[in-house]
Design a binder for this molecule. Structure first.
Ligand code: G3H
Length: 482
């Protein structure tokens, strides 16, 4: 999609294979192809976004708020009709379970609708006159320019749209590159974009990051880099931009969210929350609990119950009933997880659940590792997959030091019941991360709440409310005449 046209691609293409198999033996199915674009074609797409922002008096950024809203309403209505197609792609392309795939779609529709409402409110609140010392200012909130938007494979619809939608509605124009896995699910929505927005507002590129996204950055014409993914890609892309100070960043990056189980925790609750926290979508969530700190007093009991529950989890294709564990879309992931397990076991940890580490072609059964120590790779690396390190602790002060030393600072889950003990702990933790979840697992939603992180976890804040601000700037006209 470029310059308002769905271009028939005659060049080189990339094949997209399924993550799941239609047979018991892992046999990926060819689902479709996408353009393998090169620098030249990517720059043409960029030109269309730049023209739509600045040329023709920048029709989109200067369009009346009510008209921009009606474009977005039109889009969401058309999008709703594509639910089952998109859900199917989510299952086949990234192996997301049927309930979670439907949730991702419905949550995205709700996100767009809430964004529209919030935008109306924002416009009412931000468009105002202010006077000081005889200067009258007519203040508004306006767009930043041209946005390069890259989404992740684990939420290829929802998180990508959590960047795209606020960027568009604020009057920016966008070049958008879908994730490598979770790329075809965009196809059913391309027409809706084309029909709902003026030409050049939403543009799509496909291909390798270094062949298409890097050259776009090198032009220096990107005003905002909006990316959800890993820091390495974010830094590599920023480095391509010739005028870094001009670049606004909206980044959702890695996390190593700890779950802390205190001696007075309700263990049944803690185990259940840690199961979903560590393993929903096989742990492929930036918000997943990626290390559990269990107090020595309850460690034996917690480990026993937790390991048993992990072994009870059902593995299968996404549409099978009650399936929590599904095939992994990244071909090298099982091997990577195995390396983390080998490293930890060589250094003294044990796999404490019976099924832990059992592999098939594109899957590895979650391994619970205990006791994990600081010299192990799994202690530091963001595993983003089915391996769960457990580290015992007996000193809260020492634990807080460890969390403070982490390179990440997104969220924490705290399990305990004694309010006198918990309250000061929450006060400290909330200054080390951005969200403390009390007796519940970490998560991004509800999407109206701020979603961000400290250190290497995020730059800027997402959420229905905050993202509109992240993708805009306050501007004003000043005059001595009222
Ligand atoms: O991968 C990171 C996502 O923001 C996680 O979102 O907590 O709703 O699963 P979630």
């Amino acid at each position: 999609l470029s310059n308002g046209e769905l271009i028939k691609w005659n060049g080189k293409t990339d094949e997209v294979y399924s993550t799941i198999s239609s047979t018991d033996e892992y046999q990926p199915t060819l689902l479709g192809t996408v353009p393998h674009m090169d620098k030249g074609s990517a720059l043409e797409v960029l030109q269309s976004a730049c023209d739509a922002y600045a040329k023709g008096q920048g029709k989109w950024p200067t369009m009346k708020v009510a008209d921009r809203i009606s474009c977005m309403e039109n889009f969401v209505e058309q999008m709703k009709t594509k639910r089952e197609q998109v859900v199917k792609y989510l299952m086949w392309e990234i192996g997301k379970s049927l309930p979670d795939s439907r949730k991702e779609f419905d949550r995205t529709v709700e996100y767009i609708q809430d964004t529209i409402e919030d935008y109306k409110q924002l416009d009412r609140d931000s468009a105002k006159f202010q006077e000081k010392d005889g200067v009258y200012a007519h203040i508004r909130r306006g767009p930043l320019g041209v946005v390069l938007c890259l989404g992740p494979y684990n939420y290829p619809l929802n998180e990508t749209f959590a960047l795209l939608i606020p960027a568009i509605i604020m009057g920016n124009t966008v070049v958008f590159k879908p994730a490598k896995h979770g790329v075809l699910l965009l196809s059913p929505l391309l027409e809706a974009f084309q029909q709902s927005f003026p030409k050049g507002v939403v543009n799509v590129i496909y291909g390798r990051g270094r062949e298409v996204a890097a050259p776009i950055m090198q032009t220096g014409r990107i005003d905002v880099l909006a990316l959800i993914g890993n820091s390495k890609s974010a830094i590599a892309l920023q480095d391509q931009h010739p005028y870094k100070n001009r670049l606004r960043l909206v980044l959702g990056l890695e996390a190593k969210n700890p779950g802390i189980i205190l001696p007075d925790a309700d263990l049944d609750l803690a185990v259940e929350e840690c199961i979903s926290g560590t393993l929903s979508f096989n742990g492929q969530r930036c918000t997943a609990l990626k290390i559990l700190y269990v107090h020595e007093e309850v460690q034996e009991e917690f480990n026993k119950r937790f390991a048993k529950r992990v072994d009870e989890l059902k593995y299968g294709n996404p549409w099978a009933e009650n399936v929590m564990l599904t095939p992994l879309p990244e071909p090298n992931k099982p091997q990577y997880i195995q390396e983390l397990i080998d490293d930890a076991t060589e250094k003294g940890a044990k796999i404490i659940n019976e099924r832990g580490g059992a592999t098939s072609e594109n899957y590895i059964f979650p391994a619970v590792l205990y006791p994990v120590t600081e010299d192990m790779r799994v202690y530091k690396e963001e595993q983003f997959g089915p391996v769960i390190p457990i580290k015992p602790f007996n000193s809260i002060e020492q634990l807080l030091d460890e969390i403070a030393d982490s390179n990440y600072g997104q969220q924490v889950s705290l399990f305990g019941t004694g309010i006198d003990r918990i309250a000061p702990l929450i006060d400290t933790l909330v200054n080390l991360v951005c969200r403390v979840n009390l007796n519940s697992s970490c998560q991004r939603g509800p999407d109206v709440f701020p979603f961000t992180g400290r250190k290497d976890s995020a730059v800027g804040t997402l959420s229905v409310h905050d993202a509109l601000r992240s993708f805009s700037i306050r501007t004003f006209v000043a005059s001595k005449d009222k």
